[in-house]
Design a protein around this ligand. Structure first.
Ligand code: FE
Length: 151
């Protein structure tokens, strides 16, 4: 059963203090779909998410905690079916773990504030760094730049 959008008191676009919360709390404050990817390390189907084919101008925040993750000017069109970026907003905005699941060795990308699973980073991105942050749309919240400027 899908719950309505729950109230998440940990969500903040300004507070960068790290969050270390048990999954039992996340389960109560995240939607079922966000929880499945963010805490359960799920992956949305290719070409199914809201941002893989989206090119709005603005900033992408962690859907679990509000941490700024990527800017649209670091997004590039990728044929992979997931939103792809060549760099995070800032170095410690994300963290990395080695992921050996599914018989592969990959680098998992997590939110630097709350530890939510975001996706993986691969080395087949554009120059100069050649990185491709392959993200799940469901764990990203996009805010257009003109709304930010209008505040
Ligand atoms: Fe987060």
């Amino acid at each position: 059963m899908t719950r309505g959008k729950p109230v998440n008191p940990y969500y903040s676009r300004t507070d960068t203090a790290k969050l270390e919360l048990p999954d039992s709390i996340w389960m109560n404050v995240l939607s079922t779909e966000v929880y499945r990817v963010a805490r359960g390390k799920g992956t949305e189907r290719a070409f199914s998410g809201k941002y893989w084919d989206f090119d709005g101008n603005g900033t992408y925040y962690c859907a679990a905690c509000g941490n700024a993750l990527f800017r649209s000017d670091a997004k590039f069109a990728s044929a992979c079916g997931w939103p792809s970026f060549f760099e995070p907003v800032r170095k410690d905005g994300v963290s990395y773990e080695t992921d050996t699941s599914h018989g592969m060795v990959r680098t998992e990308v997590l939110c630097g504030r709350c530890g939510a699973h975001l996706g993986h980073v691969f080395d087949d991105g554009p120059p100069p760094d050649g990185r491709r942050f392959c993200m799940n749309s469901i764990v990203l919240d996009f805010e257009p730049a003109d709304e930010i400027e209008a505040r």
